[in-house]
Ligand binder design. Structure first.
Ligand SMILES: C[S@@+](CC[C@H](N)C(=O)[O-])C[C@H]1O[C@@H](n2cnc3c(N)ncnc32)[C@H](O)[C@@H]1O
Length: 380
């Protein structure tokens, strides 16, 4: 059967081209070798045109294996459990499945875990949710159900690999599309600040897929930060700097203005809007995340409006997007807005003083250093 053999990094572009040209042969597995992928095709009607467009791709004659229809784990369980009680969706992070097991089916959890492993050959571990995302670090208690007893995995998205412990660090694979939306907005040469960076999914995805000059991430959870550092190395990224600490402490010390600021802390990011605004300049874009009920989506924009008014900042809302569901009727939203004026140092200084007051546990040494930062800020 006819196939196109290409370098792995070009495969997706060629596959999309073949689909568009109605040349892709469905129903067969792609052949994956070390750094090459072979894609099944129906025919190549314009061989010269194709080779001109993709000069490094080879047209080969090879054997492809028919794609096996994926088994549904519910089918495996249908003789034992009322399958309507089984969850239809679950999170897959790397080779771990995280499932919600209700009280009605908890006596069957071992069987459910084994069935999930049987139906999903790439999965090694099944965990169940034992609580909500909670606390300052937004982590979630998980318990072992079946397979290898681990909570650490490597997950792939948007051309990066991310290693993390799914219990000790916040992470949501459901946000991969949102991360793609953001990186597609980043322009050449930008300096980007990612507040609340976790295991660094946003910094890695932006660094890998854009021409951003510099990306700074700040994360308070030391374990999240540790994985962030590992992920920068794993993806061989050179233009990312990560800080372990509270944004309230780190941002004033950076003494920098950013082209773009991300605030991925939907529960509570509004408390940090003044701080984010203090690191903006004319033209900066802020991505402010929030949870709002679908009948009250405008409340998110109100929060932006209030903070900008207080800081005497002119702004323009560029976009408000829904990027996930939190609970019935309640959505994670992102408000993209642009700062339209230079703002006054006085305001920034006022903000910094306020942050110092907010940080009640400031040591004498820290206070001295911060005073120095403010003094230098005034000089600039
Ligand atoms: C919703 S998670 C997002 C993590 C990451 N950006 C992601 O998308 O996977 C919010 C993160 O903010 C961190 N965080 C909360 N308060 C913080 C603060 N004051 N300073 C720095 N990080 C903070 C939490 O530990 C958590 O990792």
């Amino acid at each position: 059967m006819l196939g196109i053999k290409t370098k792995s990094q070009d495969a997706e572009k060629i596959r999309k081209y073949l689909i568009n040209e109605n040349l892709f042969r469905y129903g067969y597995d792609l052949i994956k070798e070390k750094s090459k992928i072979t894609i099944p095709v129906k025919k190549i009607y314009d061989k010269i045109g194709f080779q001109k467009k993709f000069p490094k791709a080879e047209i080969v004659d090879t054997r492809f294996i028919k794609t096996q229809k994926k088994q549904d784990y519910k089918d495996i369980l249908k003789k034992k459990i009322d399958t309507s009680l089984l969850p239809s969706s679950f999170d897959i992070i790397g080779d771990i499945i995280i499932i919600d097991i209700t009280d009605e089916i908890k006596n069957f959890q071992k069987e459910i875990g084994e069935a999930l492993l049987l139906a999903n050959k790439n999965i090694k571990t099944i965990l169940k949710k034992s609580g909500m995302h909670e606390g300052e670090f937004r982590t979630q208690k998980l318990s072992y159900v079946a397979g290898i007893n681990t909570k650490e995995t490597v997950y792939k998205e948007n051309n990066v690999r991310l290693k993390l412990d799914v219990e000790k660090v916040y992470f949501s694979p459901r946000l991969s599309k949102e991360r793609k939306r953001i990186y597609q907005l980043v322009k050449q040469g930008e300096n980007v600040l990612v507040m609340f960076s976790g295991s660094a999914p946003y910094p890695c995805v932006i660094a890998k897929n854009t021409g951003a000059k510099e990306i700074i991430g700040i994360e308070k959870n030391p374990i999240g930060h540790k994985y962030g550092i590992e992920n920068i190395a794993l993806n061989k990224l050179k233009n990312v700097t990560l800080y372990n600490g509270d944004v309230l402490d780190v941002i004033p010390k950076l003494k920098k203005k950013f082209n773009r600021i991300l605030m991925p802390l939907p529960k509570g990011a509004e408390d940090f809007l003044d701080l984010a605004l203090s690191a903006t300049k004319k033209g900066s874009i802020v991505h402010f995340y929030d949870f709002e009920h679908e009948t009250e989506l405008s409340l998110g924009e109100e929060k932006v409006k209030r903070a900008c008014k207080k800081n005497k900042i002119k702004f323009k809302i560029l976009n408000t997007v829904k990027c996930g569901q939190y609970s019935p009727g309640k959505f994670r939203i992102c408000i993209d807005f642009k700062v339209c004026n230079e703002h006054m140092e006085k305001e920034n200084e006022g903000n910094m003083n306020k942050f110092l007051r907010m940080k009640k546990t400031l040591t004498d040494d820290e206070a001295k250093k911060m005073k120095k930062v403010i003094k230098e800020f005034k000089k600039d």
